[in-house]
Design a protein around this ligand. Structure first.
Ligand SMILES: *[C@@H]1O[C@H](CO)[C@@H](O)[C@H](O)[C@H]1NC(C)=O
Ligand SMILES: *[C@@H]1O[C@H](CO)[C@@H](O)[C@H](O)[C@H]1NC(C)=O
Ligand SMILES: CC(=O)N[C@H]1CO[C@H](CO)[C@@H](O)[C@@H]1O
Length: 436
């Protein structure tokens, strides 16, 4: 009896997974949607979305994160943006391939569009556009980084600075032999270089992808696959295509002392059985965590216990594309960037297509859309591709055939300035900023 019941449950669960993945296959693998060159929810994508200045290194960016400079009471003084880019991505990509040349290093960039600078005449100058002298992204020098150590940054997160103290920075590094997490320190008073602290390595970092910090010395890290491309390309592809729920997220606690020989105090699996765990984010007050399941086109939401860092499944929201990185804004809207046509993205890697389409949406948990028209303004409305979610509202923020930005991986929304930053995996320059 128990066995029969278990078997029935297994059949139902499998059918749900197969049904979901069929929707994914239809929306993100087979169909090519009639995207326009660019749609921006707050205006005109062609004039209001500006690429960063041209630079041979500032391309093929994967992750973006805010670096908040707060005062002693925790009030925001300035918000900077950190980018992870890898101009060599077409020769070294452990998630999608190829694995050709790991030598040329990727880069980290710091962008300070709202920095106030005391000019000589005494006036305070706020840099407003990417062309303004103080608002060019600065390529951070890797200070003290070991000679001969590869650097292929993917997920990056930085702890806020309080009263201008230094911030810990963690960067997933897809190095030659296996992936590790690099720890750095970034100081508001010397923001042109980032000081290497140590390399974090663990047998459980099978395929680390994205990070979310829970303190200056602890974080969640998603592992996108159980079977990596390094281990077996075929296994990795089967795991992805069938949407097999093998990937997991861990909570990692460090020993704060940089002199210890055992930097990792503990690692604990907190979310298992997710298909292709990719982006991860923690809401402003720390009680909600979202994890993107790329191969099944959905976001899993969890209730987080801030004292233990355990995650309890809460709800799931489906999307019309393959979600990549995700970030909660200050108002708990989850900004999701992703890939609406995966085959085009793989063609871009081998220079068989000039650009790949991109889509950035916001997901707000709560009441669904009911019978009302939803996401009606986007050229390709989410409502034409998926059923209306019952537990969330979805809204397209940016949609492009790839001409505004190619292969969108991350969207960051600054609730204070209204700016939307978007990174493109195969875009040059690798970041655009859209302003209302
Ligand atoms: C900076 O200050 C905050 C708040 O007091 C603290 O949590 C953090 O550990 C400090 N950062 C460093 C790198 O010491
Ligand atoms: C955290 O924020 C959510 C709204 O996003 C709210 O429902 C919840 O009560 C808040 N929790 C705490 C502990 O402040
Ligand atoms: C503080 C702030 O600017 N809040 C705004 C954040 O964005 C939402 C819309 O996305 C506004 O409703 C808030 O006023």
């Amino acid at each position: 009896m128990v066995l029969k019941r278990a078997f029935q449950l297994l059949v139902i669960a499998t059918s749900v997974v197969v049904y979901r993945s069929q929707l994914t296959v239809k929306n993100s693998i087979i169909r090519q949607h009639p995207f326009t060159s660019g749609y921006y929810a707050e205006g005109d994508a062609n004039t209001q979305c500006q690429p960063m200045p041209e630079d041979p290194q500032l391309k093929f960016c994967e992750d973006l994160t805010f670096w908040d400079l707060l005062d002693h009471t925790g009030t925001l003084q300035e918000r900077k943006v950190l980018f992870s880019c890898d101009a060599n991505r077409k020769n070294w990509n452990t998630v999608m391939g190829p694995l050709r040349d790991p030598k040329p290093r990727g880069s980290l960039w710091l962008y300070s569009p709202h920095e106030t600078v005391q000019e000589e005449a005494g006036s305070i100058f706020e840099a407003k556009t990417p062309d303004a002298p103080h608002a060019k992204p600065v390529k951070l020098t890797l200070e003290g980084y070991p000679e001969g150590h590869d650097f292929h940054p993917l997920g990056v997160k930085v702890y806020p600075s309080y009263g201008r103290n230094a911030s810990n920075v963690y960067v997933v590094n897809h190095a030659r032999h296996h992936s590790v997490i690099e720890q750095f320190v970034l100081s508001p008073d010397a923001p042109t270089s980032i000081r290497y602290v140590r390399t974090l390595d663990s047998p459980s970092f099978v395929s680390p992808n994205a990070l979310a910090l829970t303190s200056p010395d602890s974080f969640y890290v998603t592992n996108d696959h159980l079977f990596t491309r390094r281990f077996s390309g075929a296994f990795a592809i089967v795991e992805t295509m069938l949407g097999l729920p093998f990937s997991y997220t861990e909570h990692v606690v460090l020993d704060p002392s940089p002199f210890t020989t055992q930097p990792i105090r503990s690692t604990e699996k907190v979310a298992r059985f997710v298909a292709f765990s990719n982006g991860i984010s923690i809401s402003a007050n720390g009680t909600l965590v979202a994890i993107a399941s790329t191969s099944l086109s959905r976001i899993h939401f969890y209730t987080r216990d801030p004292t233990t860092n355990t995650l309890a499944p809460r709800t799931t929201v489906s999307l019309p594309f393959l979600p990549d990185n995700i970030d909660f804004d200050d108002e708990d809207n989850l900004i999701v960037a992703g890939h609406p046509h995966f085959p085009t993205l793989t063609k871009v890697v081998i220079d068989k297509a000039p650009y790949a389409p991109g889509w950035v949406m916001s997901v707000t948990l709560g009441e669904g859309h009911g019978r009302t028209k939803w996401d009606a303004d986007a050229p390709v409305s989410a409502s034409s591709l998926i059923p209306a979610p019952k537990n969330a509202k979805l809204r397209t923020l940016l949609q492009t055939d790839g001409q505004v930005i190619s292969g969108t991986t991350t969207g960051l929304y600054d609730n204070h300035s209204g700016e939307l930053y978007v990174a493109g995996l195969y875009a040059a320059p690798g970041v655009v900023v859209c302003k209302p």
